[in-house]
Design a protein. Structure first.
Length: 173
């Protein structure tokens, strides 16, 4: 019997390459999923749940759009009180300049957070949920001034909250 020296290039472990049916694939013959790239911890997984990823992207884009609209509405309200009709005896009555600054600040935060969410920042998901909640409340309180746009803002905010909560909790089906 001859004992040959072990081959230094031979890996004694079972083959775990693509199509081997072992490893992190989902079943026999399934390819392995690549390991996450360095620095991507906390980002949505692109290959396994495309619906969840697209929901997050849509939520981020809607946050940016709502933020820009809030900045424009807020600028109009803060700069010229005569653009919007003054509402008297309203429970949540502020002067329009105050409402304008509320919308400008909230809009800027929505734009920044939406942009960070598009870049994959994990913290932006939680902050996005909180800001979308504040936007829903602000738009509800803004109803007497612009009823149609306020209702659209409430609907956008609720969709953003739903989408970000759904993907954050791992409900991808």
């Amino acid at each position: 019997m001859s004992h040959a020296a072990p081959d230094p290039h031979h890996d004694p472990r079972p083959d775990t390459g693509p199509g081997s049916g072992t490893g992190s694939g989902t079943g026999p013959g399934e390819p392995l999923r690549p390991a996450p790239a360095p620095g991507t911890r906390g980002r949505a997984e692109h290959s396994s749940h495309p619906w969840a990823e697209s929901g997050t992207v849509l939520a981020a884009v809607l946050m940016i759009i709502q933020g820009v609209l809030d900045i424009l509405q807020g600028s109009a309200a803060a700069a010229r009180d005569h653009i919007y009709i003054a509402v008297h005896h309203y429970t949540f009555e502020f002067n329009l300049t105050s409402w304008g600054w509320i919308h400008i600040i909230l809009g800027a935060l929505l734009v920044l957070t939406g942009a960070c969410l598009l870049r994959g920042a994990l913290w932006a998901r939680a902050v996005g949920i909180a800001l979308a909640g504040l936007a829903v409340i602000a738009n509800f309180m803004w109803l007497p001034y612009t009823p149609l746009w306020a209702m659209i803002g409430v609907a956008l905010g609720l969709f953003v909250i739903w989408s970000l909560c759904r993907t954050a909790l791992g409900h991808h089906h």
